[in-house]
Every structure is written in structure tokens, then in C-alpha cells.
Design a protein around this ligand. Sequence first.
Ligand code: HEM
Length: 502
Amino acid sequence: MTVLNSLLAVLIVLISLIYWYIKRSFSYWSSRGVPHNKPTIPHGSMKGLGKTVSFVHFTQNYYMKFRGTSKLCGLYFFTRPIALLLDLDLIKTILVKEFAKFSDRSFYYNDKDDPLSGHLVALDGVKWKNVRQKLTSTFSSSKMKYMFPTITAVGDRLTNYLNETIKESSELEMKNILARFTMDVIGTCAFGIECDTLKDIDNDFYRMGRMAIQKPRHNQRIAFLLNDFKRLARFLRIKTIRDDVTAFFMGVTISTIDYREKNNIQRNDFMDLLIKLKNEDSQGDFTKGLTVNQIAAQSFLFFVAGYETSSTTMLFALYELALNQEVQSKLRREIQNALKKHGNFSYEMMMDIPYLDQTIQETLRKYPPFTTLRRMAQNDFKVPGTNIVIEKGVSVVVPVYAIQRDPELFPEPEKFSPERFTPEQVKNRHPMAWLAFGEGPRNCIALRFGMMQTRIGLITLLTKFEFSPCEKTLIPMVFSSSPIVLSPKDGLYLAIKPITTE
Ligand code: HEM
């Protein structure tokens, strides 16, 4: 009986301690006077996230509820506080002016046991700074110019593929087709390999690339937990990349490097630059060159970050152009005028179609592939003009999707209007109102490449085909619940008609 009583007493103390801990944690934002929704045990603010409410609408609901009342609002991931930024000046301060205080994203990686996880998106501190510095020249304008013909050649294959396929059906699921186009592009630019996934649907690149994004090793909740308990996770040698994906990309990287070095092959692609960096002899030291593992991690990231972001941008652009025929006709006219002016489809011609860039920017406004940006406070940071302190270790989230659909920044936000991106209109808006490629020193390193790939895809398609909605087209748009890259749920069908030239 006494043992039972003791056990009961221990249990009561334990439950009281847990209750006290949760109560104390859940008063984090109220004790600092930061607006928030009442958290619930055990999920904090995350109840139903990814199930009853998508990640996109979750952040949008918070933004719309609290914007104008405070510069930030508070969330809880389980008991962990997260700051959601609501004020554009504060966003600029954190991403640009005070970047050094918020330079890390604080994602979990484990480059020792899980080599592909040590890529630029996840790296932090000095490791990030050094790799970023080394990779920056890979994405310069002159490198883009070199890659231009390689990408237009894949564009020709896309045209041939569509010409053949529409003989059987004029209503096609475009998400998959465009993903294969960008995968072929990035396969040749990052690995120098002709994947030809447009022809060969069972191609390993296609399977592994999709697997990496669509069937990650852990679900989103576990991924969040790993971000929060990095040291413990590293101690337990937890990996985040699937073993089959690691084996495939490590194998391809090693054989590509080996083949090029033995045959003294030089190409104007990402791999070429990465190999040059390897030969700086790093011995694993990030301040020197790159090891084979580090090269594999960066090219894996280029592959994964490169294909889904640009293919969904093209997909949403075609969707909006199909629904807005007058915009489609105007854009086609502008492309044809540029072709006449320059004589052929050249790099210079591609860069001389302002309306195309406006259309892509408007697409990325409505459909930013990454719906939020993330940083972590490296030190306590007092929010200017308030008494609020963002404490060291607290994650800050920028709700990009919500900002870009804010009717005060973009009137009639559901309307698709490339005119919003004329130079005059852009000048009149806050520079943080459009954040599709992020901002500051940690923005998208491959902005030029992503834009080029999207421009080439759209020019190729719009000069040869007309797009319109069909019965199977998803109207209104419904997003997939995957929080990684914004994409339509269950694919997207469009009717396609070849343009016949008289
Ligand atoms: C339309 C296409 C693309 C969009 C909209 C896009 C968007 C973004 C965004 C929003 C970020 C985070 C920026 C921030 O936190 O401030 C990012 C980072 C990054 N993106 Fe892209 N991206 C695109 C294409 C690409 C491509 C094609 C590649 C590679 C070939 C790429 C590689 C990266 C890398 C490596 C980072 C991490 C940069 C760092 O942490 O230093 N992206 N991108």
C-alpha cells in the first residue's frame, strides 16, 4: 500500500511538473504582450495543421487576423515559441539591415552521417558563408548565357513531346510534363547528364527526384522536432535523406566526377565549377575547397530545389494564362515582336520581353513556391519602436504567401494582372511586398537561373501552343497539403492546341 501511495505521489508530482512546464511555456507570448491565439495542449498553435488546415492558409489566417495590431504575432510549435512577422519594415530589418543577427535558418542537418543533408539551404554560420561565397559565381549572368543553348535544346524536346502527345489527347496533365522538362534541364546543368525523362518515364533521376520531395524520410512534424533538438538528433545520428536517394545521388556524383577527371572533360555547367572547387583540396574544411560529399550535397540541392520551383512557376503561369486569354494573347504578341526584333530565339531576345517578366512576377506573387521564409535570432533582438525582444534561439517566420495576397498591398489580390509589375507600380510599393525569391544575403542564389528556365519554358510553349481551360481544370485552385513547395492538389489539366502558321 505504501509503495502504491509513493508511486501515486510521484505520478502526481510528475503530472504537476509537466502541467506547470506547459502552462509556463504557453504564457511566453502573453507575458511579452505579443498577440497570439490561445494554444492548446499538446500541439500549441499547430492543431490540425496539414490535416484540417493547410500550411498556407494557417499562416495567412494569422497574418490577416493580427496585421496592423502589432509588428509580429506569436505561435507555438508544441511548446516552442515562433515569431510570425507582420510588418514590412521589420521584415526588411531582419532580412537585410540586421542580417548578421538572423543569418541562419536553423534547419537540422547532419553532414557527418547524412552527407546530402549538408547543403546550402540548411548550412549555418561560417560553413554557410563559405559555401555561399564559393557557389555565387556559378549563377552569374555570364554562366547563364553559357547554359542558355543547353536549356533551349531541352525546350525543343518538350515541343516535340507535346506535338506527339496531343495527337492522342488535347487535354493534358501539365504538372507532370513540366516537372519532367525542368528535371531534364537541371539534370544536364547540375550533373551534365541527359536524363530525358520526357521520353523515359521510369528514369531513375525522375523517380529519385520525386521521391526526395514527395516521400521524405520523416513527416513534417518530425522534421520540425529535429530542427528543435539538433544536438540530440546529431548525437543519435539521425538522418533526414532517404537511403535510396543518398545512394543514387552519391553514385551519380562520384561517377560524373570520375569520368570528367579521367577524360579531362570541361563543360559550362554547375558540376564543372564544383569540381574546380574540389581541387582546392579541402580535407573537409569548409573554408577551403569542397569534398566529394559536399559537392554531392550541393548538386543534390540544385536538383531538388531547381526542378519543382521552376516547374510549378511555369504551371501556375499557364493556368492563369488559360483563364485570362487576353493576357495570353498580349504575352504571345510581345514574344513574337521580340523574335522579329532580334531575328531568332537568343539570350538577348529572351531578356528583352518586359511583359514576360511581369507575367512571371505576377505568377510568383499569387503562387510563391516557398510560402514562408525562415530565420533564427542569433542574439536577443529588440524590435525597433516596441518593447518586444525576440530572444536568442527563437525562430522568425515571414508569411510570404499571406503578404503577397494582402488586399492593402495588392488590391483585388485574386485578380491576375501582370500590370502590377510595371516599373512605376513596383516603385510605388514597399520593397518587401514581393518576396518570392526571398531577400538579403540569404535570398535565392539561383534567381537568374530560375527566371531563365521559366522564361525559356514559357517562350517555347507560347510560340507553339495555345492554352485554355477544359472540364478537368481545377477551378478554383486547390493546393496540395505538402508544405514544401506550393503546388496544385492532384495535378492540373489544360486544353492545348498547336498554333498553325499560315
Ligand atoms: C522560380 C524558381 C525559384 C524560386 C521562386 C526560388 C525561391 C527561393 C526562396 C524563396 C529561397 C529562400 C530565400 C530566403 O530565405 O530569403 C530560395 C533559396 C535557395 N534557392 Fe531558390 N528558387 C527558385 C529556383 C531555384 C533553383 C533553380 C535553384 C538551383 C539550381 C535554387 C537554389 C536555391 C538555394 C541553393 C537556396 C538557398 C540559398 C542560401 O541559403 O544561401 N533555387 N529559393
